[in-house]
Design a protein around this ligand. Structure first.
Ligand code: PAP
Length: 346
């Protein structure tokens, strides 16, 4: 079984034949780079608009194109999908711990020594020289794979495979603030940080990695309405308030409901506590470990744990900013069934 992260040696040992397979996609990518609409980037200098969504040219766009052209789905695949900063780190650990609960006791759990991304690989953070899309073949079924790719951009073969998706979203105001902190941290030191005013402006225009946020959410929401047995729609705020309630729903959806015996032993509560922000963010591996996503991108695990709270945006955004985002949310989600009073502060 492939373990994640893959070592640098594993990347380098890819054969020329394998690299050849990606050549055409690479050429298409290079040709397209000049033609796609450009917007100001948050972490990278600019983002590019591809099939209606904005991508970091290096990580996001390459990854999406590799998936579209080379990923081989299996009907048993389980995807964790989300816009960025909506809770994938957390849900990764909950899904991994729930799916593998018969294998791992909490006292000796792999998540004690491996960061959340190490147990649950990303589908779409690859580049052309790594070719690790083919490494995903080595994972036994059912595969757990995380993705930020918007629903309309998923290859038809993935949808047709009948695989399952768990989607998580969050109050866009908190997403904006979380993104702003995270992407500024990852930004090369020689570039000036993005101000919150600039980030707000870009976010509202939909110009951000994988944006527009609202279109991303709506894509999966509509699909979940059509196929509720295939797409479980979760909200960070609900999970935060009642983790074990939603964890039980998740387990049912994943085909591994908690048994009566497990209910008595409060296994769901124990997993929820183990995966809580307080517990995970204090583990040595998440304070000091580094996640290597591909040969070019490595991120310190601590960057994935900031505050883990609902409503931190109130401490950063002005009333006008809050009103403006709420206004967009109302307009975009109007008639979708997604709006709740709690989501709108103003
Ligand atoms: P990603 O898009 O880079 O994968 P993602 O994990 O989706 O990031 O989101 C990170 C947010 O989840 C952070 O929110 P904040 O900036 O508002 O604090 C992070 O703190 C939060 N988070 C990480 N782990 C947990 C957890 N176990 N429980 C609750 N929130 C968490």
């Amino acid at each position: 079984m492939a373990t994640f992260p893959l070592t640098k040696q594993a990347y380098i040992s890819k054969t020329n034949d394998e690299k050849e397979e990606y050549k055409e996609t690479y050429q298409k990518y290079n040709e397209m780079l000049q033609t796609l609409p450009k917007g100001r980037g948050w972490m990278s200098q600019h983002v590019l608009q591809y099939q209606g969504f904005w991508f970091n040219p290096d990580i996001g766009l390459k990854g999406a194109m590799l998936v579209q052209n080379h990923f081989k789905p299996r009907p048993t695949d389980i995807f964790l999908a989300a816009f960025i900063k909506c809770g994938t780190t957390w849900l990764r650990t909950l899904m991994f711990a729930t799916m593998n609960r018969s294998l791992h006791d909490i006292s000796s759990h792999p998540l004690l020594n491996t960061g959340p991304h190490g147990c649950f690989p990303c589908l779409d953070t690859h580049n052309f020289s790594d070719c690790p899309i083919s490494d995903l073949e080595a994972i036994p079924s059912p595969r757990l794979l995380a993705t930020h790719i918007p629903y309309p951009l998923l290859p038809e073969s993935v949808i047709a495979s009948g695989c399952k998706f768990v989607y998580i979203w969050r109050d866009p105001k908190d997403v904006l603030v979380s993104m702003w902190y995270f992407l500024n941290k990852l930004k090369p030191k020689e570039q000036p940080p993005l101000s919150l005013d600039e980030a707000f402006d870009l976010f509202c225009k939909g110009i951000s990695d994988y944006g527009p946020f609202w279109d991303h959410v709506l894509g999966y929401w509509k699909a979940s309405q059509e196929s509720p047995d295939k797409i479980l729609f979760l909200r960070y705020e609900d999970l935060k308030r009642e983790p074990s309630v939603y964890l039980k729903r998740l387990a049912v959806f994943l085909g591994q409901p908690f048994t009566i015996e497990e209910e008595k032993e409060e296994v769901a509560q124990k997993i929820a506590k183990f995966c809580s922000f307080e517990n995970l963010s204090n583990l040595e591996v998440n304070k000091c470990g580094v996640q290597q996503f591909n040969t070019e991108v490595a991120v310190e695990n601590s960057n994935f744990f900031r505050k883990g709270q609902i409503g931190d945006s109130k401490n950063h955004l002005t009333n006008n900013m809050i009103e403006h985002i709420d206004h967009i949310t109302k307009q975009k989600f109007n008639g979708s069934g997604l709006i709740s009073d709690e989501l709108l502060t103003s």
